[in-house]
Write a protein that binds this ligand. Sequence first.
Ligand SMILES: Nc1ncnc2c1ncn2[C@@H]1O[C@H](COP(=O)(O)OP(=O)(O)O)[C@@H](O)[C@H]1O
Ligand SMILES: [Mg+2]
Length: 467
Amino acid sequence: MLKPDQGSAESKAVPERLPKKLSLDTRLALHRKRLQDSAIEAPKTKGKVVRMVGLTLEATGCHAAVGSRCLVESISGESIEAEVVGFGDGRLFLMAIGQIRGLAPGALVTPVKRTSEVAVGMSLLGRVIDGSGAVLDGGRALSLNEYMPLHGEPINPLGRSLINEPLDVGIRAINALLTIGRGQRMGLFAGSGVGKSTLLGLITRYSDADVVVVGLIGERGREVQEFIEEILGTEGMVRSIVVAAPADDSPLMRLHGAWRATAIAEYFRDLGLNVLLLMDSLTRVAQAQREIALAVGEPPVSKGYPPSVFTRLPQLVERAGNVAGAGSITAIYTVLVEGDDLMDPVADAARAILDGHICLTRRIADAGRYPAIDIEGSVSRVITRLLDPGQLALAKQFRELYSTYEHNRDLINIGAYTRGSDPRIDLAIETYPLLQSFLQQGLAEKVTYEQSFSQLQALSTSLQMAS
Ligand SMILES: Nc1ncnc2c1ncn2[C@@H]1O[C@H](COP(=O)(O)OP(=O)(O)O)[C@@H](O)[C@H]1O
Ligand SMILES: [Mg+2]
């Protein structure tokens, strides 16, 4: 997998020290330069652009496979990088990775030899890169000379090892009540502003994973900066890699961001490490895929989403997990649910392909309890494999008591419940403050897996005394 030549071309193209805020155009220019270098050895069957609709270009006269790259020459002689996204009627459908400017009819299209690979290496740790792999943090140029396929290698389903070891995420409510296993894929479902990014940041800082790869896909640029500087901080960055493809990047670049983050996680997993992959958000990945599919003429079937979105999502998610003889990728994907829209097709598909979900609700966040995890609405599908019977019993007791209160909350709040009518409800009312404070966790507070269970045990003991 070693390709020293391409590695040095890549490091040459990026200057030693980059200005802190690199514009999208500069990043793309650097990336194009790298591609141009590789175009020199490429077969020269040039085609030309015959049609352009929205972001899609149609070219005739050249051959290239879907997924491969081409350079399209603009009127000013600049090269625009594009990817083949489809074909039909003797034409190639291309989509630009960056912005399209100055393109005229008949623009030349040159397929480039370079295949879709992701440069990887240990020096990625602590760095922030974009969907094309260019450095965003203004630090030293990366010199990487190992490569992973952007789209991953399929894992033989029988080559996966079972999920039976818990991953300490440093969050009490998750560790004790929604235990996540190494290699598990979880969804983090919530509306905007409910605390998804903050929770992911805490998990990045406090989990006991060896490496954390964070994919920030389709967020606003400001949120990316906030996440890195305020939520992650230097403590969180040390063993993390952030791949950021904000909303103003092209749909292809956003999609590549998600794949790149996953490929980097695969690299560290293959080194035998326990990797945590955090993707914020899976909904934006699906939307990027939707933009591309609609642009090449695929018909929408479900709330504007074409069918390929629902085949691509599992392909992405299936890349996480355990591989026998290697490390693990535990993944948490955030999924946007606006206005409690349970019919959202992406949320629906995500629920089906993930091994559990954590829901954050606005009602709880508005009441000031963070992390705003809705214990009743959340489930980890492998919890019974991870906990011993004693731990399971503790978790079950907590859930039952909490649910009893929640189901009777309205009655209790309007004063319609008379104490003494049901001992279970009495106990729930009495202990509700304890349950709430168990679920609450401060931003600077790390609670290990062992601490989570000893605190749950202590809570259970005080419940017994109360009853
Ligand atoms: N654990 C927390 N403790 C205190 N405040 C929080 C916490 N999580 C979220 N918040 C508040 O909620 C706001 C939005 O959180 P954020 O993580 O950006 O939400 P999302 O990513 O879901 O849009 C934050 O600016 C902060 O004020
Ligand atoms: Mg966010």
